[in-house]
Design a binder for this molecule. Structure first.
Ligand SMILES: [Zn+2]
Length: 259
């Protein structure tokens, strides 16, 4: 199995999974990018996985379906995503080949029906998390609150450490700038931030990441770390010490942060 990163728009990544002789795409926001990638392989276009309804994740669906009517279109049960044929929910598992399957994980917060998909096979787990989780960050809370974010982060943080994390945007450097501003003494964040800066200077991706890496450098995976609470309390003196409040405040501070 091969997983290819297809850059789209300014900072989106469409993920293409080539498994056996099948091609699957996650969040095909731009049909032309998908069509160009399909032309590079003899594998057969098989289906689309959609994490949520935003246009930069779905805008290519209609054109791709017109071109390849056999495509399976799998996603949340949400009226804003009329193209979804196979509506899936939390805990559902869909076979994608003889050796691999996708587990659906509900990840509300960015949107209320947002899904992440965990591709599992004998060798490695791969998490396609759309805008729920980014490397060193998470998506904005457009339709959810701190409780939704906690539910989603808890689910994702509990995955196996070695799971590779395929977010839908390359936002790592900006996320680390916020993390460094919040926790200037954190050695892991400082070191990784320097590494990411050097990679991005050479136009190299920082995704996929991994669950174990995110546990150290993603402040949204550290809601129960006292260092995060104390750093937030320096700015918000009466902040309640609950996981939901901490995550909601982190997200609000990130929204307001300008490097
Ligand atoms: Zn989005």
């Amino acid at each position: 199995m091969h997983i290819h990163a297809l850059p789209a728009f300014t900072d989106n990544l469409i993920w293409m999974i080539e498994d056996a002789d099948c091609l699957w795409w996650v969040d095909p926001g731009d049909a032309s990018v998908v069509i160009a990638a399909a032309a590079q392989t003899s594998a057969r276009p098989t289906g689309l996985w959609l994490t949520h309804h935003h246009a930069d994740h779905c805008a290519g669906v209609a054109e791709l379906l017109a071109r390849w009517p056999q495509l399976q279109i799998i996603g949340p049960n949400d009226a804003r995503m009329p193209w979804v044929q196979q509506k899936v929910g939390d805990g559902d598992r869909v076979e994608i080949s003889a050796h691999s399957s996708m587990l659906v994980i509900a990840t509300p917060g960015h949107t209320r029906s947002h899904h992440a998909y965990l591709l599992t096979n004998a060798l490695q787990d791969h998490l396609f998390c759309g805008d729920a989780l980014f490397s060193a960050g998470c998506g904005r809370l457009f339709e959810g609150d701190g409780a939704d974010l906690l539910l989603s982060m808890r689910r994702l943080r509990s995955l196996h450490d070695a799971t590779l994390v395929y977010a839908a945007h390359e936002y790592t450097a900006a996320n680390l700038a916020f993390a460094r501003h919040l926790l200037p003494e954190d050695a892991a964040i400082a070191a990784y931030s320097d590494f990411v800066t050097s990679r991005r200077k050479c136009d190299q991706w920082t995704i996929p990441s991994s669950i174990v890496r995110e546990k150290s450098i993603n402040v949204f995976f550290r809601w129960d770390d006292p260092a995060i609470y104390h750093a937030l309390c320096d700015r918000h003196h009466d902040l309640a010490d609950t996981a939901c409040t901490i995550l909601a405040q982190l997200r609000q501070d990130k929204d307001a942060f300008r490097a």
